[in-house]
Design a protein around this ligand. Structure first.
Ligand code: ZN
Length: 232
């Protein structure tokens, strides 16, 4: 639910760019359960990082602080409507809701006359089209090389995940990172991976993170969420 104080904080972060070299006036905060868990603003020039947009910085900050890659249930407040890259980052992180202040049209108008010498601009329409295009539709030239070698690594990694899944009985003790995904998206450092059956005793500190669903339920969840999708 929208709370003005969080938008005020996002805008206050953007205002820091008025006095901090190498930054731009785009600030954002990530909110979970009514508390700011991450914040940031554009440091693209200062950090030599063209992906350092306010929203991305806030997502990185929240994920580090919460020790997760899953921000489902979190809301993001941004001083400006996000670009396509930031929307993608929000989607990957599982952000549940966006609140924004200035629109892209308004920021574009405000930056009228600010040339590429003064900042690193984004063609938001071109970015949106490129990000949503298939490989062959993109303006970015791309050629496939050494796919067999790369796929072998992917397959080997996936095999360790499948071995872990096959070893489940009715419960599974996993790392905090894995548990954050929920039972249908196990990733990260499962303590079962690579271990023979019978060596699945959970460390005491992980007991509270055990998944509670039955294997049958997990199987249904997996088939619904995994199959027919292109995972990257
Ligand atoms: Zn952005």
């Amino acid at each position: 639910m929208y709370q003005e104080q969080f938008m005020q904080r996002a805008i206050a972060l953007s205002a820091q760019a008025l006095s901090e070299p190498g930054t731009e006036p785009f600030g954002a905060v990530v909110v979970k359960d009514g508390v700011i868990v991450g914040e940031g603003f554009n440091h693209s020039v200062a950090h030599h990082d063209p992906t350092s947009h306010g929203e991305v910085e806030a997502i990185r900050d929240a994920c580090r602080k919460l020790g997760t890659v899953n921000l489902s249930g979190c809301e993001l407040y941004s001083s400006c409507e996000p670009c396509a890259m930031c929307v993608a980052a929000m989607h990957i992180a599982g952000i549940a809701k966006l609140y924004y202040a200035a629109s892209l049209a308004q920021s574009g108008k405000a930056f009228d006359g600010v040339t590429v010498e003064a900042r690193h601009p984004i063609d938001v329409e071109a970015l949106r089209a490129e990000a949503g295009a298939t490989l062959v539709q993109r303006s970015l030239p791309a050629e496939q090389k050494m796919d067999r070698e790369a796929v072998r690594i992917l397959s080997d990694w996936a095999a360790t995940r499948r071995a872990c899944l096959a070893s489940w009985t009715d419960r599974c003790a996993v790392s905090e990172e894995s548990a954050a995904y929920g039972a249908d998206r196990p990733t990260g450092r499962c303590i079962h991976a690579g271990k023979p059956a019978g060596s699945r005793a959970a460390p005491q500190e992980l007991v509270s993170l055990r998944w509670g669903r039955s294997k049958e339920t997990q199987g249904r969840q997996r088939s619904r969420s995994w199959e027919g999708r292109s995972w990257r």
